[in-house]
Write a protein that binds this ligand. Sequence first.
Ligand code: SF4
Length: 336
Amino acid sequence: MSETTGKKILLASPRGYCAGVDRAVDAVEKALDLYGPPIYVRKEIVHNRYVVETLSERGAVFVDKTDEVPEGARVVFSAHGVSPAVRSEATARNLSTIDATCPLVSKVHKEAIRFAKNDYDIILVGHQGHEEVEGTQGEAPEHIQVVGTPQEVDQVQVRDPDRVVWLSQTTLSVDETKETVARLRQRFPNLIDPPSDDICYATQNRQEVVKRIAPNVDVMIVVGSANSSNSVRLVEVALDAGAPAAHRIDKASELDADWLADAHCVGVTSGASVPEILVRDVIKKLQGLGYPQVEEVKTRTETITFQLPRNLRTKLQNAGKTGAGAKRVPGPDHTC
Ligand code: SF4
């Protein structure tokens, strides 16, 4: 019997690009087509090294701060969102802005603004220093405290324990967030929930399928960058759900054959900012290492799409460019 007989890959579905990432990448590509380079992008448009590198090759210029953008130039705000202070800086520098903030992040901003107006203390469950958290906190810094882990709940101080609401970053672990919120509720029994889930559909769906696969694999491979919150969470979720080992890699060349020693079944998934081309490369490499069979495990079909930012859409329509308001047409590099 061949050594590879019965060895297989369980491929998660859904995986990879979510609607917000798809829209943000499309916005930069369309802006490059419409205006030509350079198009400045504040922060990484999405947290994926390959995407940033390929867009840079096409003329996107990634900067960390608004004041690195030349006066009067055009800048795209990333999918993670920005605070009002960043918008004001852009106005002061006379920048033309294209706002690629994911609509599901904007939803959390609006919740924060509303609860702050009503003078609630807001506990934002999320990772301090993450761009999305900085953007949301910037909407009402005097009302918002960031809590990263269940243990940090003990340090929270509020003015009135009966006027406390929790909101969250969109890309957290669903289970860990439940734990943090349970702890918050122990301290503040009248804690108010967000009007709807802040952890977005894409994060939840990618974690759900990983939980399904994890107990059946010997090792889980998560394709995604180190600064991608939802990719890092997928590694944790896989381990919590029973995968004996789980590794995050940016690309196929980082796959270490030693991880596969004695592995009969390898799970593969990818974070919400990962183009499918990177997953295809990983599958190819695994097949070369003796895993010929690929079985897709599908727990959901995703149909959500978001329109391009309004001002870009209008410009594209006025310029007679196709696809301005339509569903994204997959590009050869970024999607399957
Ligand atoms: S992960 Fe969720 S919140 Fe983030 S860009 Fe994708 S859909 Fe939007």
